[in-house]
Unconditional design. Structure first.
Lengths: 383, 287
């Protein structure tokens, strides 16, 4: 029997692309030709990818909508950066400070993820979405009012901020983190646990009946996603100053959601590409648009959300989608290229045998012309 | 005393918005994120009519009309194609619609707040407390609208059809109820309520901006959840409660900066302790 679990080239695609970008930009940076704005963009892309991939874990794989992802990032950014500032007074090595604070920020955010995940035991769907949204706002309000974190002025991270022009280590570390996150998430998703998580998404009651501990897995996904978002927050804290509460608003959570939707639910490669694309578009729009036209960004987000979600989910559009979606196109090209004898084109392969038999085809056999077959007359009036 | 009265009139606005949420949630089983932004549409409709020299009364009519039209169009274009799709998809689309309205409003009218002065009634003294007349009007009209809505749902054919659809959509359809039509009517009523909310909002805070509706919208949803989603009296109680709590929090100096956090913490607590809200009905989930 054919092996079911084949690791495809496309699974390695993401590592290749991310690695290539990382090494390529490093070489350019060594020659001193990398403009400052682009090294900034690279860091932004890195933490956006981490955020998008981790949110995809919640939205795409677990099937619950979290609108508080920016809140977890906020926890990581404030607390991780604060810790890094304290640490940098003691430890001399900047890199160790960064990595330690990243882990600590991630863990703290994960703790908050646990706190939010607890209501998730009882709630789902719209309620959970609103609770995560509420959580994000609560976190923001609290950080805004704590004098340790600079109140409304934000936490000044000048002392730990990396100068991206001189120092390439921040985006190297960021991309290394991206690779680690990708590795962890890809392995999680393809493991027994990943299948349990997608089973919960597809039918929670059935999953429960199969003995999957729904409560545990929901909490687990929330905590993992929060951990990654916290790490992204610490990277953000090292990249910019001050860390300001207003950045982590509900709008930013939606921005991450737009990345996930654009990239495709439960598609890690998609999230990477979409995160990079959205960050790049933002970056370009920011430098070219000002004032009220800045709303154009949100208009684009809105259209992405509405059009893509309706196209992908509307029951009536399903036949059109099967014809024109990129995946269908790709399949068509592949089918065209297949050689005779190729197992994938072989109709005798058990995977391509149609499992649904159309009953009208079976029944109409007897009704063809020339067959002496007359159905029983309907029994009317008890004759 | 005046704090509580202020809270009551703010609560009446929340209650009106929450009614729209709760009706749509109860009948269409979806969280209409764009509901708050319909209020914004109403506010800008008033702003434009007044700027064009229209009478206040005409402006209010235009606002109601615009909101109803927007509500119906949004339902038809964005939500109806997704009927039968996963709740997650509907929710994300609703967020998209909310963003669409906000960004278009910002592109047309600018992000700056615009002053809209409808009418000013001054204040009256009741039992040694100053209270603005507009607050009183908000309270009275709000109560009347809610009573009318309750009567409508209980006593008319359409209202009972709404109850039936919220109870069991499939069975209602089998009984010959046009479910799409009922959902459309629900959206129309919800949007009209949002228009009234925008009128009362402008009476208290006479300025409008593209993000006017988003925070009150989320808070009103909180109110709807606190009162028990799907229940009309629940939405009223939740809205008034939230309004009073907000004003009380704002009047205590220590709590004032944390007002939003307190309100949302209350939401999380209620959902933890009593997920169905104060007056909600429990539903058992079936396969």
């Amino acid at each position: 029997m054919a092996k079911l679990k084949r690791i495809k080239i496309s699974d390695y695609f993401c590592y290749l692309i991310v690695g290539a970008v990382m090494i390529g930009s490093f070489i350019v940076a060594q020659t001193g030709n990398l403009p400052r704005s682009y090294s900034n963009l690279l860091v932004q892309v890195a933490y956006s990818i981490i955020l998008a991939v981790s949110l995809n874990l919640v939205v795409g794989f677990l099937g619950e909508l979290s609108l508080g992802h920016a809140g977890f990032m906020c926890v990581g950014a404030y607390m991780g950066s604060y810790l890094a500032m304290q640490l940098s007074a003691v430890v001399d090595n900047k890199l160790i400070v960064l990595i330690v604070s990243m882990l600590a920020g991630g863990l703290l955010a994960a703790f908050f993820g646990l706190l939010v995940g607890l209501p998730a035991l009882r709630l789902k769907g719209d309620y959970l979405a609103i609770v995560t949204l509420a959580f994000g706002e609560i976190v923001r309000t609290i950080f805004k009012n704590m004098s340790v974190f600079g109140k409304a002025m934000g936490l000044s991270t000048q002392s730990i901020k990396y100068d991206t022009r001189q120092d390439t280590s921040l985006y190297l570390v960021s991309f290394a983190t991206v690779l680690v996150v990708l590795f962890l998430v890809q392995n999680l998703v393809r493991s027994k646990h990943g299948r349990a998580i997608t089973a919960i998404r597809d039918n929670e009651i059935a999953a429960k009946a199969m003995g999957i501990n729904v409560t545990f897995y929901k909490l687990f996904v929330f905590v993992i996603a929060a951990f990654f978002a916290g790490m992204a927050g610490v990277i953000y804290g090292h990249y910019t100053t001050p860390v300001l509460y207003s950045f982590f608003s509900y709008n930013y959570s939606i921005e991450i959601l737009v990345m996930v939707v654009l990239g495709g639910m439960a598609s890690i490669n998609g999230s990477i590409i979409a995160a990079a694309l959205i960050t790049f578009i933002n970056f370009q729009l920011q430098s070219h648009l000002s004032g009220d036209l800045a709303a154009l960004k949100y208009l684009i987000y809105a259209l992405i959300l509405i059009v893509l979600v309706i196209f992908n989910n509307a029951p009536k559009l399903a036949p059109i989608k099967d014809k024109v979606s990129p995946k269908a196109m790709f399949e068509k090209i592949r089918a065209h290229k297949r050689k005779p004898g190729d197992i994938r084109g072989d109709k005798s392969d058990w995977r391509v045998i149609p499992t649904k038999i159309r009953m009208d085809e079976v029944l109409s056999v007897d009704l063809q012309q020339g067959n002496d077959y007359t159905p029983d007359k309907p029994n009317k009036g008890g004759n | 005393m005046s704090t509580v009265l202020d809270g009551l009139s703010l609560g009446a606005i929340y209650a009106l918005i929450a009614l729209g949420y709760t009706m749509v949630y109860g009948i269409a089983k979806m969280l209409n994120f764009a509901h708050g932004d319909i209020i914004m549409v109403g506010a800008y409709a008033i702003f434009v009519t007044l700027a064009a020299g229209g009478h206040v009364g005409i402006a209010l009519l235009v606002a109601v009309l615009m909101c109803v039209v927007f509500g119906i169009v949004i339902e038809k274009v964005a939500y109806r194609p997704l009927r039968g799709a996963s709740p997650l998809a509907v929710l994300i689309t609703a967020i998209g619609v909310s963003y669409l309205l906000q960004s278009v409003a910002q592109i047309i009218f600018g992000a700056k707040a615009q002053t809209v002065s409808i009418v000013s009634f001054g204040t009256v003294k009741i039992a040694s407390a100053e209270i603005s007349v507009s607050s009183l009007i908000t309270l009275v009209v709000g109560a009347v609208i809610m009573a009318a809505l309750t009567l409508f749902v209980k006593n008319t054919r359409t209202g009972r059809a709404m109850l039936a659809v919220s109870e069991d959509r499939g069975a209602a359809q089998l009984m010959g109820i046009n479910v799409n039509r009922i959902i459309m009517i629900t959206f129309a009523i919800g949007s009209a309520l949002a228009a009234f909310a925008s009128i009362f909002y402008l009476m208290q805070i006479p300025s409008t901006e593209p993000t006017l509706g988003s925070m009150p919208g989320i808070k009103a949803f909180t109110a709807a959840v606190i009162g028990g989603i799907g229940s009309i009296p629940g939405a009223m109680i939740g809205g008034v409660l939230l309004g009073v709590i907000e004003k009380i929090c704002l009047s205590v100096p220590v709590l004032a900066p944390y007002t939003t956090a307190v309100e949302f913490a209350m939401l999380i607590l209620i959902l933890l302790v009593r997920p169905i809200g104060l007056l909600g009905k429990k539903r058992r989930e079936k396969v």
